[in-house]
Design a protein around this ligand. Structure first.
Ligand SMILES: [Ca+2]
Length: 283
């Protein structure tokens, strides 16, 4: 049975080759709904052939994308009577993503044609086509940053814990980070009272400190940025820093210290200092 089918397909392929050789038909590529099935190897339905987007003018191109999306959607939803019907929720989710990224419709429609042709010729299944469709939502949004820094944040510094207060930044987001100058603390019983600028008489070049290069001081407010890919950068903040995120990632801060348990706030009478940190986005 399988052999018979294979030989029929081989004959069909041969027939196509011969007819192509004999007859010079229009070489214009197919655009729109078409079946390339033959009498011997019929297709269950049509596939949507997207146009050559790159050759189109801007407005036409936008309309062509829209048309392709509508065409694909009608087939995915089972409106073409070709035996195909994908999960409607997955189709809706994908449509929302594509409407927000219309340029991506082009590559999706080209790939979709491949899956359709495979399905119609029996070299691919409806389920592999649907699996691809379901995976598209994730691959189309991969690497995107949906959490830009578009709000001001004011938060007290905790001198007894390490990296704290994760703040998402998208690539290129810029912020001014300030720490109150009058609030003081010390990082051990026998060290001086300092503010977020740290102890400038104590450069922290030892690798025990999280910030251990030139410009880092003991007790200084420092920042850490970890990109989506896990690349970590540590840098001094002090009482003022302008920062621009090099990639999408997460910003945290702490003070530059090797032991956090022995740190204490300065007290005067009933008043205990407490450093406040303000992160203000810059346009
Ligand atoms: Ca300490």
């Amino acid at each position: 049975m399988a052999l018979e089918k294979a030989s029929v397909l081989a004959l069909a392929a041969l027939a196509v080759t011969i007819s192509c050789g004999k007859k010079v038909e229009s070489t214009a590529p197919l655009v729109g709904w078409h079946s390339e099935g033959t009498e011997d190897a019929p297709w269950a339905g049509d596939c949507y052939y997207p146009p050559d987007y790159q050759s189109m003018l801007d407005t036409d191109r936008k309309m062509a994308r829209q048309k392709s999306l509508e065409a694909m959607k009608s087939q995915w939803l089972g409106q073409k009577n070709d035996g195909l019907e994908f999960d409607a929720t997955a189709v809706d989710d994908l449509e929302i993503i594509l409407l927000g990224r219309p340029d991506r419709i082009e590559e999706v429609s080209v790939k979709n044609l491949e899956y359709c042709q495979q399905y119609m010729t029996g070299t691919g299944s409806a389920s592999s086509w649907e699996d691809w469709l379901r995976g598209l939502a994730a691959s189309l949004t991969e690497g995107e940053c949906n959490t830009p820094l578009d709000y001001q944040l004011i938060q007290y510094l905790d001198i007894q814990t390490s990296w704290q207060q994760p703040i998402p930044f998208c690539k290129g987001n810029r912020a001014e980070i300030t720490a109150t100058q009058s609030d003081r603390y010390r990082i051990s019983e026998d060290s001086p009272w300092i503010n977020a600028d740290g102890d400038e008489s104590m450069p922290s070049t030892s690798s025990e400190y999280p910030c251990n290069f030139q410009g880092c001081f003991a007790g200084q407010l420092i920042g850490r940025f970890v990109t989506f890919d896990g690349v970590e950068t540590i840098f001094p903040i002090g009482t003022y820093l302008r920062y621009e995120a090099p990639e999408h990632g997460t910003f945290t801060w702490t003070i530059n210290d090797t032991t956090y348990f022995d740190n204490e706030w300065h007290k005067e009478g009933a008043i205990t200092d407490r450093t406040a940190i303000t992160v203000t986005p810059i346009d």
